[in-house]
Design a protein around this ligand. Structure first.
Ligand code: ATR
Length: 274
């Protein structure tokens, strides 16, 4: 029987995961079926269990089910524990394994696809929610010169800095603690762009930046990216489309034992930033 996989979330119609995994499967010669399944409120565990009982091999998990997936997994990886969220499940003899590949996908997109080193660089991370938590340890593993977390609610940023401080130099605070011209890489891990909002960051944060990275994808030039480009036209502006492809490639490799190339997928799902 062909191995079955799916992405679970709500809404799910917009999901690019079936397209991405279909392309990976074709390129690597892996015979899999990949569906998308809408999860009604409160219905995650039943749907995941039914899929598994029918012989399903693994799931990708998107909003708002990542916390449910974390609770559902028998075992979770350190990256899932750090994020407090699971974005990929694997069903095998060892039970239900939970992983989170978002952070590693982000770092791979920045360092490999965009060719920007994080090592030795000054990083500004906006936000202290689930997305920022997931990014923190993969960023610190690259050994940036410094990492500053700015969040609307400063206490959440400070808490995140405490968790990450064993891994390097991290500072944190509200948006008023962002210093002018003090960052090489500026990463927007807030959910502001989902509602077309701009985090309260001023243009001078980008004065020496080489990259502005928006974790949201498919939104075109968000207010954050527009401000970054206006402030410093020479910087590279990117949305999370490469991160989406890279986290998918990590999950595919985890499930199938072969890591697909992402270039073709990224080209297929990129929406121009203008
Ligand atoms: P996600 O899983 O996408 O990270 P989350 O855990 O709800 O979602 O976190 C959302 C993040 O975006 C938080 O850092 C939030 O700031 P607060 O912690 O102060 O709530 C941030 N955020 C959301 N809307 C924002 C806005 N309009 N301006 C600035 N920050 C915003």
């Amino acid at each position: 029987m062909t191995d079955r996989y799916a992405v679970l979330g709500n809404p799910i119609d917009h999901s690019k995961s079936p397209l991405i995994h279909g392309m990976f499967a074709k390129a690597t010669g892996q015979g899999i079926v990949y569906e998308k399944i809408l999860v009604p409120e409160g219905g995650f565990t039943q749907i995941a269990e039914t899929f598994r009982a029918a012989g399903g091999k693994g799931l990708n998990i998107t909003a708002p089910c990542k916390l449910d997936a974390f609770a559902y997994a028998d075992t979770t990886s350190p990256s899932a524990q750090m994020a407090g969220a699971v974005n990929a499940l694997r069903f095998g003899a060892g039970g239900v394994e939970g992983e989170n590949f978002d952070g590693v996908g982000l770092v791979r997109d920045i360092t490999v696809n965009l060719g920007q080193a994080i090592t030795g660089k000054r990083v500004l991370l906006l936000g202290a929610g689930g997305a920022a938590r997931g990014a923190l340890l993969p960023f610190m593993a690259q050994r940036p010169a410094s990492l500053h977390i700015a969040n609307r609610t400063p206490a959440r940023a400070e808490e995140l800095a405490r968790i990450g401080s064993a891994h390097g130099t991290i500072s944190a605070g509200g948006y008023d603690t962002i210093a002018a011209g003090a960052y090489d890489l500026v990463v927007n891990a807030t959910s502001a762009s989902l509602t077309g909002a701009l985090p309260p960051i001023s243009a001078d944060a980008f004065t020496h930046a080489t990259l502005a990275y928006e974790l949201a994808y498919g939104k075109g030039l968000t207010p954050f990216l527009r401000l970054a480009r206006q402030a410093r036209p020479a910087l590279a502006a990117a949305d999370g489309v490469g991160m989406l492809a890279e986290q998918a490639a990590e999950a595919f490799a985890w499930w199938r034992g072969v890591r697909p190339d992402t270039a073709e997928v990224i080209a297929a799902i990129t929406i121009p930033l203008n």
